[in-house]
Ligand binder design. Structure first.
Ligand SMILES: [Zn+2]
Ligand SMILES: [Zn+2]
Length: 452
């Protein structure tokens, strides 16, 4: 779990016993260096923007499902190689690692995801995806970059270009990674298992961002400490006894048992978990049956569980098992339900000292009003795997909402289409520009950057 082995980033540690004057001088020097640190100049961003935008459109039109990001990875690799990075492909499946060495100094990692989602795009954008692909179960599914990973990749390549063309502004080793299979929670671990931090240098700090729909484009959001949630995915199979729909007394209906189970599961968060604790239990799908007049043999359902505390996580998983077994027993099921834990990930913990340090950097680069403190979100992410390997990190939010539309939505008490929606359409301009400027500023700061 995160939280128990939090390594603090050395620079911003408070020194006990330091005199008030020394502290003041230290803060003043920090403020002065922050003012000098302007991140990427708008000229630098302008120079890389057209290519970054073209890449965005190309990736958006050609999305690939988790762990199948072969074209995506090779597009990224080719561009980074052209910029002079030492690029290794196929790290943990389709993962990409690009290293740029620039003298002595720390190693800093910037990560993007590569994958898209099985969602049918309905944005009506001229560059909307029309791609279909076979999923891992062999079904034909539409594919869309509905989480904005295309924007993350385009920003990373824009940033890579600026960093490669401004080596006098930083020193150390820049490590860019393209991680596969984030949406299915697995790509980060695959990369670690394939030697990400042994075959390549282990970073002393890591950075990632995610575009969001509830922050206006042009702004970024920082959440010190806990950023998101622990996630657990369960698959539950409830067994019954099939038969004719007209003779339910001769069968044991797994659909009715499943329906009762779903309702009973809703009492975990509302009746069992302490009211102040964060807890979500969602049944995302239920599959059973083929025809109106047939009682099927079994019903399957898929759950996601979100928590922030280890003990709450344990409590909920135990309650799900207890309730599911009890409902099957109550319904006379011929055998115990099968409860499988199919995937899970720990929450992302933003190193507070690093968050504070980089907040100053981002404020200097983007303007004070454009750096917002945001609340922890209920989503999840396998970036936590890198943090658990001992890489203190900042994972920050990139505003993606059209400011006008967001203001209207807020006034009307509604929300804009979120990540994973078929209507998710970030305001690429200026979000992409802000992403590049923010990443460059943060990397230069972490890589002992000087003002240009
Ligand atoms: Zn996503
Ligand atoms: Zn995402």
């Amino acid at each position: 779990m995160t939280g128990k082995t939090i390594t603090r980033f050395p620079l911003a540690q408070y020194q006990p016993g330091i005199t008030k004057t020394a502290m003041l001088l230290f803060l003043l020097s920090l403020a002065a260096s922050a003012i000098a640190e302007t991140g990427a100049s708008s000229k630098e961003v302008d120079a890389v923007y057209p290519q970054a935008y073209d890449l965005y459109v190309d990736l958006h039109q050609n999305p690939e499902l988790s762990a199948h990001e072969t074209q995506t990875a090779s597009k990224l690799a080719a561009r980074l190689r052209n910029l002079g990075y030492d690029v290794t492909e196929h790290v943990g499946g389709t993962g990409v690692v690009a290293i740029l060495r620039n003298g002595t100094g720390p190693t800093v990692m910037l990560r993007t995801e590569l994958d898209a989602l099985p969602v049918e795009e309905k944005t009506g954008l001229p560059y909307a995806s029309r791609v279909h692909a076979k999923d891992d179960a062999g079904r034909d599914v539409p594919v869309m970059h509905a989480c904005g990973h295309d924007l993350h990749m385009a920003a990373l390549v824009g940033t890579a270009s600026i960093m490669a063309h401004s080596r006098d502004t930083w020193h150390g080793t820049l490590m860019l990674i393209g991680q596969p299979a984030e949406e299915t929670i697995g790509g980060a671990k695959e990369m670690i298992d394939d030697g990400l931090f042994t075959r390549f240098p282990k970073p002393s700090a890591g950075v990632a961002l995610h575009v969001v729909n509830d922050l206006p484009a042009g702004q970024v959001g920082i959440t010190p400490g806990i950023y998101n949630t622990n996630a657990d995915s369960l698959r539950i199979t409830i067994y019954g006894k099939g038969g004719h729909g007209s003779a339910p007394h001769t069968a044991i209906d797994p659909i009715v048992i499943a329906a009762k189970t779903i309702l009973a599961l809703q009492t975990i968060a509302s009746r069992e978990v302490k009211p102040e604790e964060m807890a979500v239990v969602t049944v995302g799908y239920i599959r059973a049956g083929t025809k109106n007049n047939i009682i099927p043999d079994q019903a399957e359902m898929g759950l996601t569980v979100r928590t922030r505390k280890a003990e709450v996580r344990k409590q909920i998983l135990a309650a799900i098992t207890r309730i599911t077994k009890a409902e099957a027993l109550a319904g006379g099921a011929p055998q115990e339900p099968l409860i499988e834990h199919v995937e899970g990930t720990n929450l992302v913990y933003n190193d507070p000292a690093l968050a504070q340090r980089l907040r100053v950097t981002l404020q200097a680069a983007l303007g004070k009003d454009n750096v917002i403190t945001t609340e922890a979100i209920t989503g999840s992410e396998d970036y936590s795997v890198f943090i658990e390997q001992g890489v203190p990190s900042l994972y920050f939010s990139l505003g993606g909402a059209d400011p006008q539309k967001l203001a209207e939505a807020r006034a009307a008490g509604t929300v804009l289409p979120s990540n994973h929606s078929s209507l998710f359409a970030p305001a690429v301009e200026p979000a992409l520009r802000t992403g590049i400027a923010g990443e460059v500023a943060v990397l230069r700061n972490l890589l002992n950057g000087a003002a240009r």
